[in-house]
Design a binder for this molecule. Structure first.
Ligand code: SF4
Ligand code: SF4
Length: 219
């Protein structure tokens, strides 16, 4: 059994993951959903901007009539089974014991868009070490403090390599795709920010840019 199978989905509650344009387009297409239904632009503060500008896709929207940068993420909503806490809108939560499960006695969560979940979700908790090119898996359990609200605790126990053994090849492919898509979205942000506009116009702009992202050889 994989470690995530018995989890309440702490990572889908604690974090508000960055998403890219391709994540938004794939979810919208696969789930037949308007992008505005599930994606949100979150204003970033000065400290975040100082650390992330030029490294992460941050977009200027002129809605507030001042130069404000935003990052894209999935929307969160209040959890029913962990009152007073928040969760990704795509996570389904179930009280396993209450429903008579013999396998689990806790709250079990499942991603309802697993087949098109964003690359940030697919690759968590791994990233590529730029020095070695190897994938490195972090142990989220170690950074999850006892003081945290139980909803936001990460992983039922320490993450082991065997949890990822059968997914190693796919994990590396997803990490490469993640880096590529983040870079493409970063370039898109730079293009948008040269002539920033109201957020209402962004989705049309983004869709056009993604439709044209394969260039024809002209010679
Ligand atoms: S999209 Fe799925 S995997 Fe990603 S945070 Fe939401 S519920 Fe979790
Ligand atoms: S918190 Fe850990 S075990 Fe739980 S879903 Fe996320 S990665 Fe899996």
């Amino acid at each position: 059994m994989r470690i995530c199978d018995s989890c309440h989905g702490g990572c889908c509650r604690k974090y508000n993951p960055d998403i890219t344009g391709i994540d938004m387009l794939k979810i919208a297409q696969s789930m037949k959903l308007d992008i505005n239904f599930f994606a949100t632009a979150i204003p970033v503060d000065d400290e975040y901007l100082r650390l992330a500008l030029g490294k992460k896709p941050l977009f200027i929207f002129t809605d507030s009539k001042k130069e404000q940068y935003y990052r894209f993420s999935l929307k969160m909503e209040e959890s029913i089974l962990f009152p007073g806490t928040y969760k990704c809108i795509f996570i389904n939560e179930t009280d396993a014991k209450g429903l008579g499960s013999k396998l689990y006695d806790n709250i079990i969560s499942r991603c309802s868009i697993y087949h098109v979940r964003p690359l940030t979700c697919k690759t968590f908790p791994a990233q590529i070490n730029p020095q070695t090119g190897q994938a490195v898996i972090f142990d989220p359990y170690k950074i999850s403090s006892e003081e945290d609200n139980p909803a936001y605790r990460l992983c039922p126990g320490p993450v082991k390599m065997e949890d990822y053994k059968e997914f190693q090849e796919q994990m590396v492919k997803d990490l490469v795709a993640y880096d590529y898509e983040m870079l493409f979205f970063l370039k898109l942000a730079e293009k948008w920010n040269k002539n920033p506009d109201l957020s209402d116009y962004f989705i049309d702009f983004m869709e056009k840019e993604y439709k044209n992202r394969v260039e024809h050889i002209t010679e």
